[in-house]
Design a protein around this ligand. Sequence first.
Ligand code: NAD
Length: 515
Amino acid sequence: MRLRVSGQIYTCLRRRYTTVTGSAAQVQQPLNYVNGQRDQPQGRDQASRFDLINPATGEVLRQVQNSGVEEVDGAIRAAQQALPSWSRQSGFDRGQVLRKAAQLIRERCEELARTEVLDTGKPIWEARYDIQGCADTIDYYGGLAAAITGEFTQLAGGSFAYTIREALGVVGAIGAWNYPFQMAAWKSSPALACGNTVVFKPSPFTPLTAVMLGEIYREAGLLDGGYNVIQGEGETGQLLCRHPGVAKMSFTGSVPTGSRIMEACAQDIKYVTLELGGKSPLIIFSDADIDNAVKGAMLANFSNQGQVCSNGTRVFVQKDVAQQFLEKLVERTRKMKIGDPNAEDTTVGATISSSQADKVMAYVEGAKKEGATVVYGGERVSVSDPWLAGGHYLSPCILADCHDDMTVVREEVFGSVMSVLTFDTEEEVLRRANDTEFGLAGGVFTRDLSRAHRVAAGMEAGSLYVNNYNIYPVGVPFGGYKKSGIGRENGRDTLDYYSQIKSVYVEMNDVDCPY
Ligand code: NAD
């Protein structure tokens, strides 16, 4: 793939290369998906457009029109029309559609994964893993759909009551850019299982795979209007939140946007679930298997270019093993391969955008000024391939000599920046670990079973890991405490957030009235 090859071979290689990397000519225009059809947003009332950029190359692939009032309204009307028929189907029938969709996703994993790489710049093997995980989630909710039932309560005198678990209505959903297909799947599949219909707005950075999911649902038997996609930026998101036809908003993104969504939903008292940011602690005790803890810390910080909400970016290491931990960590991190996201051996792909790369670098520079020592990485990397020259590639960063008050230790970076802190006692580290406004996740590495459970119980966070990190098996609820959010995804409890309960009291005797 070097310029030394002859012109003809060079062109041929370039063609093959751009097939996997994605060039403007090969990318479909990101469209809305409404009523079972791809639809070009007109945005008559909203003239603005945004660029779809391939993070791996920096190339502008397409210009995308923001959806305006008409498009948002049209998508919600389509969802409203589909609602009565979908919500009246049996849970089993709805489940069959979801299970078929899961099967189609598995069959099309490669195409979906390549498209996800094009949108996000993440390594291809991570994208495949994400897509397979989404198939599992949709399968899981397909299986649960028939088990969504009410309860019967026997009352005095033969009277009784029962509950009906009903759909909420049209669910509006908004996703972030780090796991685009996952967000569409994690939100739509429990919503559909409960009999709701869905209007999803992907992040403007990653508009492609949400529409592909719509086509898969349709092929699996979902009626038109059951799942719709609107493209756009924050303003389009606000139109969705504020629309009176939406019963519930399900959001994944940053804390400030989560607040705005909650505010918008307050007007009509809409249901809201929020999956927001984090600054999670990972605690490594000196009795831990240090090699294992190193792997855990890397999983907790360096997957997906560090752009993971649950990342354990505050790594607390007990003082007597801190040096050993750092040495082993640097040695292993050094082996990570930065470059072409479509290459099978790449472990660090491209950062999503130039502004995100600038933000990450600013945190590294700020940390240095506040006294942290960069023991590895934290630099922009020029990858050798000329096609990737416009992408933003950053080396994973390990910071030592950190303290609790540093900006990089308190704020979410959303990039591969690990802050290593040291501690003496369990009591001390638990207090420091919980000293944050966030509460998404946390982890502990130890061989002491009692300590593991004590620390897991003591951490103020929604998802805890003992001797591992950032694993999301389907069926295990995921979500945050404190400012990290409201609600749970990926588990059985999620169904509670996409349904409402009606109680029916049935009197079997004459009415006993004191008046
Ligand atoms: P963001 O909040 O900037 O944007 C998220 C989505 O909200 C996008 O689709 C965006 O267009 C939309 N949006 C922006 N302003 C809006 C408004 N005023 N009204 C309605 N919609 C609006 O977040 P991001 O930069 O895309 O994602 C990164 C953030 O997401 C990080 O904070 C990360 O921790 C968080 N995140 C959380 C989880 C989780 O499950 N807890 C998962 C992934 C990402």
